[in-house]
Write a protein that binds this ligand. Structure first.
Ligand SMILES: [Zn+2]
Length: 409
């Protein structure tokens, strides 16, 4: 893959024409972004390139109410996930603690010394933690940023591949972990069936993904970004799970309800009719208001703006306000991101750690890593920044106590 060539060919605006939950065609337009960055960042040699963008045409299925990006290009998936830089690597004590909590939640349901499969494990932090208890761990992850030597001396076997992979054909697992993957997959039905096919009769699956309920309740703007194809509500997921042959054993709120984890056990597949969810008539109008308010807020800031957190949410922001370019700094604490640049249709910005020299001249800081906004706001204040700090969070925590106010409210 050459990262600078993606999206160079013109593509039709609709790529997913049928709802994966109910099979229905047609949907109400919810959220459109003409040029959304496909990746959270890219190398400096790609600067200025008009490739590397995709279209968001989020629709709500006319039949069942499922939300998805009908403009997602399924053919680009290999490009999207073979990226050379790992994202979501734990960089703070609270992030490491979260991974430990996940391992505990999984092992609580698993038999002793289980054989574990993790699908899409990013940097492998969870796999390595699970390996301390498991008899074997297999990590299937397409990123070319990972190499087997990262796992030397551990019980983790690394398979650089999309799932399913031929290197594990016929093998069954006591525990299958799949975090933050399902929402990226254009057609979840065969994927879930493949997971089901590799679980032992008394095994469990742990599937974690963002909650569409969170987006609805909080009118969250930045949770619509290119890599996520589907925004699942819980009753729809339960229908997909049942169809693949999984029953829900436990549902766990993750990151204060931003994400949901499902502990599943294998059962006989059953063709459950998905729930029809046609509530919340004001959702589309409310989202448009947030978008307009965010623009007003951005253009009202005096001086240049620093962003904090090179991730899917900064990616989303660059797509939503493509012509706004008053940003002069992109901060992130992940050492591996240094040397890369975040980008939008009109901007490329190098990523680097925060510094007093870069922070103090700024007119405002916007925390794009909003799930960590409190910690980041404190850090920015501790470095001596006295100007306004906003977060891209839109839930009820925004503006409470030390938590920065929302850019969109
Ligand atoms: Zn549907």
């Amino acid at each position: 893959m050459n990262i600078t060539q993606q999206g160079a060919s013109p593509r039709s605006p609709a790529h997913i024409s049928r709802c994966v939950v109910c099979g229905g065609a047609g949907g109400e337009p919810v959220w459109d972004v003409a040029k959304s960055p496909i990746h959270p960042f890219r190398p400096p040699e790609a600067a200025g390139s008009q490739a590397g963008f995709g279209c968001l045409h989020i629709v709500r299925c006319d039949s069942c109410g499922h939300l998805y990006n009908a403009a997602f290009d399924p053919l680009g998936a290999d490009d999207l996930y073979g990226a050379f830089v790992l994202t979501n690597v734990p960089v703070s004590p609270s992030m490491v603690k979260a991974v430990e909590g996940t391992a505990e939640s999984i092992l609580r349901h698993a038999k002793p010394r289980p054989v574990v499969l993790e699908v899409g494990g990013g940097g492998g932090a969870l796999s390595m933690l699970l390996a301390e208890t498991a008899s074997e761990v297999h990590l299937v992850e397409p990123s070319r940023a990972l190499s087997p030597d990262r796992f030397a001396g551990t019980k983790v076997t690394f398979h650089q591949s999309m799932f399913p992979t031929t290197t594990l054909t016929g093998k069954v697992f006591d525990v299958i972990v799949c975090r933050q993957v399902l929402e990226h997959i254009p057609d979840p039905n065969p994927f879930l069936k493949s997971l089901r096919a590799q679980i032992s009769d008394d095994g469990i699956a742990y599937i974690e993904l963002p909650s569409a309920e969170y987006i609805y309740v909080n009118r969250s703007v930045v949770d619509f970004h290119y890599p996520h194809v589907h925004f699942y509500r819980q009753p729809h997921l339960e229908a997909l799970f049942a169809r693949a042959g999984f029953a829900v054993v436990e549902t766990i709120d993750v990151k204060n309800g931003h994400d949901t984890a499902f502990v599943l056990r294998p059962v006989a597949a059953s063709d459950v009719r998905p729930a029809i969810i046609k509530d919340d008539p004001n959702f589309v109008a409310d989202m448009a208001k947030r978008r307009a308010y965010g623009r007003e807020r951005l253009t009202g800031i005096t001086g240049s703006i620093g962003l904090y957190g090179a991730n899917a949410y900064s990616q989303s922001l660059f797509g939503v306000y493509p012509d706004f370019a008053a940003y002069s700094a992109m901060f992130d604490d992940t050492p591996m991101y240094v040397g890369h640049q975040v980008y939008g249709p009109a901007i490329d910005l190098p990523i680097g750690p925060p510094s007093v020299e870069k922070l103090l001249p700024l007119g405002a800081v916007i925390v794009t890593a909003y799930l960590h906004d409190l910690v980041i706001a404190r850090k920015v204040r501790a470095l001596g920044f006295k100007g306004p700090i906003y977060t891209v969070r839109t839930d009820s925590l925004a503006g409470n106590g030390e938590q920065p106010p929302s850019l969109f409210a």
